[in-house]
Design a protein around this ligand. Sequence first.
Ligand SMILES: [Zn+2]
Ligand SMILES: [Zn+2]
Length: 170
Amino acid sequence: MPPIERYAIDQGCTDEELLAVARVYARDVVAEHGLTVSVGDLDWRLSTRAKRRAGAVRYRDGDPRSIVLARRQFENRGWTAMASTIRHELVHVHLLNERDDPSHGETFERLAAELETHVRCERFVEPTWWVRCVECGDQLARYRRSKLVERPEEYCCGNCGGRFHVVRNE
Ligand SMILES: [Zn+2]
Ligand SMILES: [Zn+2]
């Protein structure tokens, strides 16, 4: 793992500076771990509106096109947290390119451990409910009451087709 401190950047940096550092860091992570990710072909963006998710991969026609990072995570938790989000999103892009796999399944877990990043997408705000698949353990965050939260038996997991179980987040 490239040492995170090497890329450390000041809280007062501009969005462009932060994205430049994110790209350099991503390139080094990709090189070190042999990931199938072309950092330069991805569109890197900062979101100033994201309130919950620290990062996301956006697709077009089934291909990963951009990585969106939340500026707020950097403000609140600093570069170390953002670097971990970058590694998490890189694992997603790698698995999408390698095997069209968008899940946080077993392969994701293995790579996340190797890259020392979290398995679940990181959030700023804890959801009120977790809708969890009893088969594969995949879970969806829900912040307000919805049909899915009230009648999970009418839905099934997009990942494996399993049944859902709703858990109130304490
Ligand atoms: Zn994720
Ligand atoms: Zn499932």
